[in-house]
Design a protein around this ligand. Structure first.
Ligand code: PEP
Length: 254
């Protein structure tokens, strides 16, 4: 499954929306796309319990589904976990790996994230691998070093084909859910750094073909200027994806 560089707008609902609310929101977003041609792939990433209802609601639409997390083993004694096979059986295409809340709240590090990313790829899912620095790291001037470690430690060793089936999301931790957005220049320059890092590991062609999304307080009011940057291939959206009007305002930026 080799993917191409494309624009992706993905809504990460986190721990919001039960299955009834999720089906209703997905239905409203699907209805908002009807008869319109979005210039991007639209992805909904609901909580696990809402995934079947959401997949059902988007069945006849161009929207893709994704999961927020996965376990790296296919089955066995891992109480509370969900495998790649279970996620793909619902028709999902994507899975988040390394979201800052998994890194900083749950405590996941490079070792477990490497396993999860490889399990996703082995099971035919496209990982959206999230990287980004904290406010302290940005202020101390180590943002690019931190992001380089997150990229190098987890992606090094992937085959070229696997890298070409992976999406990156740059999400500065200080911009997630805070209302503070990286300026298009700040986001654009970190995207450039990430592409150079990918080029060093996988070669420039693969790096050029990898979609790199931006995430961190993206909303209808700032989406157009972020998405206008040539280095930014789309957005991973949290808060603004919880309401059909605001999410559609990002999918169709003014
Ligand atoms: C996210 O959860 O990935 C995110 C970017 O959240 P928000 O848009 O709310 O900052």
């Amino acid at each position: 499954m080799i993917e191409v560089r494309r624009t992706i707008i993905a809504g990460n609902w986190k721990i919001n929306m039960d299955h009834l609310e999720g089906a209703s929101l997905a239905g409203d977003i699907a209805a908002g796309l009807e008869g319109r041609e979005p210039a991007c792939e639209v992805v909904l990433i609901p909580p696990f319990t809402a995934l079947p209802a959401v997949m059902n609601a988007i069945e006849d639409s161009p929207i893709s589904g994704g999961a927020q997390n996965l376990w790296y083993e296919e089955n066995g004694a891992y109480t509370g976990e969900i495998s790649t096979g279970m996620i793909s059986a619902l028709g999902c295409r994507y899975v988040l790996v390394g979201h800052s809340e998994r890194r900083h709240v749950i405590g996941e590090g490079s070792d477990i994230l490497s396993r999860k990313l490889r399990a996703a790829l082995a099971g035919g899912l496209i990982p959206i691998y999230c990287v980004g620095e904290t406010l302290g790291e940005r202020e101390s001037g180590t943002a690019s070093k931190v992001v380089a470690e997150q990229i190098g430690e987890v992606l090094t060793g992937l085959s070229d084909a696997d890298m070409r089936s992976t999406v990156i999301a740059y999400e500065p931790v200080w911009a997630i859910g805070t209302g503070k957005t990286a300026t298009p220049d700040d986001a654009g320059s970190m995207h450039e750094i990430i592409r150079v890092l990918l080029g060093d590991i996988f070669g420039s062609r693969t790096a050029e073909d990898t979609p790199i999304l931006y995430g961190g307080s993206v909303k209808p009011g700032n989406a157009a200027e972020l998405l206008a940057r040539e280095e930014i291939d789309g957005a991973l959206v949290g808060g603004a994806s919880l309401e059909a009007g605001s999410f559609l305002g990002i999918v169709f930026p003014a």
